[in-house]
Design a protein around this ligand. Sequence first.
Ligand SMILES: [Ca+2]
Ligand SMILES: [Ca+2]
Length: 121
Amino acid sequence: MVGNRPVLTIDYNPIPEPGDMNGDGLINENDVNPFVLALTDRMDYESLYPWIDVEATGDVNDNGSFDFGDVRDFKLLVSSFSNGFTKSLSASSAIPEPSSPLLCYFTLGALLMMRISACRR
Ligand SMILES: [Ca+2]
Ligand SMILES: [Ca+2]
């Protein structure tokens, strides 16, 4: 509560995308070196990418752990996007938003309704 008004707090924890080893929101050849680093020197990887949960992001074969068993599926994943295509994670998980004029219309309508109800009191 701030004063007598309630405060809405939203915590956002993005779902890790398997294969995005550098956390840039894309899956491409730039994830190969971080993937290899995570496999060979976990501490060094975690110092370079402290915001990434390597167990979730590196678990490309979705068996619950990140290890050398993920190499084959990681290679397939990256190669599937290496022919001039990059998987953009933000584009695949984008939430469509109403157009700006429509949003303005609803906002003005809501403000007008609040004003009318306040005048009736
Ligand atoms: Ca990436
Ligand atoms: Ca795995």
